[in-house]
Design a protein around this ligand. Structure first.
Ligand code: EPZ
Length: 426
């Protein structure tokens, strides 16, 4: 298993190009199964999760071609996906357990084929993560869904019908699943208390290009008219706001000076506001924005919330940053119940963090020291890399495959800005 070694103490200087968003690209790829015409997606990041989604879609019969991206800076890929014929309506356990986003095929297969058999994803390191809202919403649209042998067995013999569904809790994945099901359902679907993440907007805009009339994009009420026939379309994946915020925090951690090319502050206003309050300076440039730090870091309080609130996917990285701030920081995680797996690993590096229920109290320390640390999930692992950049001595990050799921060429991007970082193979 690969490891990453980081020797701390170097300031990051230069530029980093932001990749396309993993969490936008995954549902966009699934959307290709709605149509028998090709969907071309540009700026798709090269990540393990994208490869897993390619594998899943191919086994459903989608034909996929990959070509290098056009943008000289970005190493993204252009994918052309054509779902002219669906050859299987089963999403097997072996793929779904690797990547939860696989459950997004449920709504699409039901809408297009009238049936689906999709493995239940089970829990994961950050919490139980049920799929009850996906199921309830699809039932409201006329689906019959049973659980059998660990699978969701779904049928809609007469097709799905448009419905009004109010999410009892905001869910990104359930909103995406229902949006795609609604795209081919008969009549109008109204989704209330829908998620409003930029990745949802990206999916809505792509569906609109494919010929699905959608109103309310960017609001908590989406109205979707089911379409009979979809068109070929081309869409560019939105830049990754989580990768952007992660690098902004890494730069701030080292008191560096980096331009985040393609970074969009408008997609991360809550995080940007929090970072500014902590002493990070971010100024817009023609190509993105520049991150510097005027003086030291101050402790700030953070609570994760659905968009436009502070994202749970930046919570671990913010905690890493706060370990070196002056004063204390209260970090409250409201989205996932066990998303503090990074705390004991940060403690191995000398961080002072105490967890009380859903809150963690971080008292800034003058120094972190390198250590062997274990990645537990994607965002937790990158938080350890951020801490390592400012630690004295060497840190070895184990279980790097978590990082490879969601950060494209992390060590290359950081090394190009002067970080002392290398991947140790095997
Ligand atoms: C998406 O997960 C992201 N994944 C996650 O990113 C992200 O952390 C999360 O949204 C929140 O922003 C993808 O986009 C592929 P949810 P998702 O449904 O859709 C509960 C990463 O690191 N819930 O919005 O699974 C759920 O347990 C990943 O890239 C139900 O109770 O998240 C959670 O507490 C990690 N029942 C809350 O809602 C349901 O049926 C929000 O989850 C569905 C969700």
């Amino acid at each position: 298993m690969d490891r990453i070694r980081i020797r701390g103490g170097r300031q990051l200087k230069g530029e980093i190009t932001v990749s396309g968003a993993k969490n936008a690209a995954l549902p966009l790829m699934v959307a290709s199964m709605l149509s028998d015409k090709p969907l071309t997606l540009k700026n798709v990041p090269r990540l393990a999760d994208i490869s897993t989604m390619i594998q899943l879609l191919q086994q459903h019969g989608v034909e996929i071609q990959a070509a290098p991206g056009e943008n000289g800076h970005s190493h993204g890929t252009t994918l052309t996906l054509c779902g002219s014929k669906i050859t299987s309506t089963v999403a097997p356990y072996d793929i779904v357990r690797k990547m939860r986003a696989s459950v997004l095929v449920l709504g699409v297969l039901l809408a297009r084929e009238g049936e689906a058999r999709v493995s239940l994803p089970g829990g994961c390191a950050i919490g139980a993560r049920p799929v009850d809202l996906h199921i309830a919403g699809l039932r409201a649209m006329g689906a019959e869904i049973d659980i059998d042998g660990g699978y969701m067995v779904a049928r809609a013999p007469k097709g799905l019908k448009g419905a009004r569904y109010t999410f009892p809790k905001v869910s990104v994945g359930a909103t995406e699943n229902l949006m795609m099901a609604a795209a081919l359902a008969k009549g109008t679907t109204v989704l209330a208390n829908a998620a409003r993440e930029p990745e949802i907007i990206d999916l809505a805009e792509c569906l609109a290009k494919m010929g699905v009339p959608i109103t309310g994009i960017g609001t908590e009420t989406l109205t979707i008219e089911g379409a009979q026939q979809l068109k070929a379309a081309t869409h560019t994946v939105v830049p990754d706001r989580i990768e952007t915020g992660t690098y902004a925090m890494a730069v701030a951690m080292t008191a560096g000076d980096v331009e985040l090319v393609g970074g969009r502050l408008d997609l991360m206003e809550a995080a940007a506001q929090t970072l500014r309050a902590a002493g990070v300076v971010m100024e817009k440039t023609n190509r993105g924005f520049r991150v510097t730090r005027a003086n030291g870091l101050h402790g700030v309080d953070v609570m994760t919330e659905p968009y436009p609130g502070f994202p749970t996917d930046l919570q671990a990285q913010m905690m890493a940053l706060m370990t070196r701030a002056e004063g204390a920081s209260m970090i409250t995680e409201t989205i996932f119940e066990s998303r503090f797996m990074h705390v004991p690993e940060l403690a191995r590096m000398g961080a002072n963090v105490v967890v009380h229920g859903e809150s963690a109290l971080v008292r800034g320390v003058p120094k972190l020291r390198g250590a062997d640390v274990m990645a537990t999930d994607l965002r937790a692992s990158v938080s350890l890399a951020i801490a390592a950049l400012a630690a004295e001595g060497d840190t070895t990050l184990h279980r790097v495959y978590h990082l490879d799921r969601g950060f494209e060429r992390l060590e290359e991007k950081l090394a190009a800005c002067g970080a002392d970082i290398e991947r140790l193979k095997g």
